[in-house]
Ligand binder design. Sequence first.
Ligand code: SAJ
Length: 409
Amino acid sequence: MNDLCVLGLGYIGLPTASIFATKGKRVLGVDVSPDVVETINHGRIHIQEPDLDVLVRAAVQSGNLRAAGQPAPAEVFILAVPTPFDVLADGARQPDLRFVEAATRSLAPHVRAGNLIILESTSPVGTTEKVRGWLEDELARRGLPPVADLLYAHCPERILPGQMLKELVSNDRIAGGLTPAAAAKAKQLYETFCTAQIFLTDARTAEMAKLTENAFRDVNIAFANELSLICDRLGIDVWELIRLANRHPRVKILQPGPGVGGHCIAVDPWFIVAAAPEEARLLRVAREVNDRKPHHVVAQVRAAAARQARPVVACLGLAFKANVDDLRESPAVEIAGALADGGLTVLAVEPHVQALPAALAGKVQLVDLPAALARANVVVLLVDHRAFGSLSLADLAGKALIDTRGALR
Ligand code: SAJ
């Protein structure tokens, strides 16, 4: 019998399943993609994250981690599936819980009395209660008897892409139960690998805490992004301004950029806005400020290009942030695409990928840094990758420069 069954082997489920396995738990990882299942069973990975390959290989070779397309009985079930949102006709965002619901319902034939079911996916407030409802409903629908003493908890992850394996172990966590016993049992489980503190609370508070953490960051980045727009208008160097303002002991302004990407910060605040639209005014505006920042960058580049007889634009970086290969929801991809759609010749330099994403294929040319510098007369720094660290203002002499990260000052 498995100790653990982890549903969803993506950015969160795979490292979590693997670390439990290397700590001696017998783990069944479940994914709907046969390719993912096969890749992991060969001890390989389908996502990029420093040292994850080593961890997964060790977990699979130990015999403690196995992947499959379907769940099986276990002591604990962890749901780590995506929770995207739908954009409605009026522009409002609605959380899409269909993957959580499907994963939950798939557990019905496998749950036994006393099992613990943990929702790790970032979710709107009330989702853990919904998980219980879906499971009870599915048992009844299949004519199965009710299962006694099931425990439900929400234990959100907090790990930062790029340093996930370190943060998985060393970040404090929150365990929120539908009952205190559920929270306590979840805490005990995560103590298998988590060396930091684990705080107990109820499931709704845990759900809101996760959303709040990312909304906090979104609002603070929006503040920096709005300052950058104000400074552009007033002719002030926003980077110098922030550096000086941050010398105040209680001021800590984040960095402006080309926009906010990734699957967390640009998504999670909408779950709060959807739940309390009247009250969540600041959060909504912050999202709008960050979502509009790419449009401002596009306008800046077009203005620079208009001053060139034959403009060739080089976009440095396509990832959603520095030193990762993740291009999904990346403002840099949005900007490169919009520039190409506007008729400009666009070169892209992204040392972390071998091929362009579908959104840019056929529109943009993927080149290396020397080729981009040789051909372009407008250079846009979109991601402050370490790989661009050697670039100096001398390399850019005679070219128009739009530095969205303040890295080339
Ligand atoms: N960004 C800025 N300026 C800044 C900081 C970030 O423009 O000063 C941009 C980045 O370029 C990127 C976006 O914000 O486009 C998000 O990057 P990030 O590094 O702030 O965060 P993520 O999305 O990689 O990970 C976040 C983290 N949340 C918080 O720091 C509160 C991480 O701890 C969470 O586990 C993760 O979301 C998640 O899974 O929810």
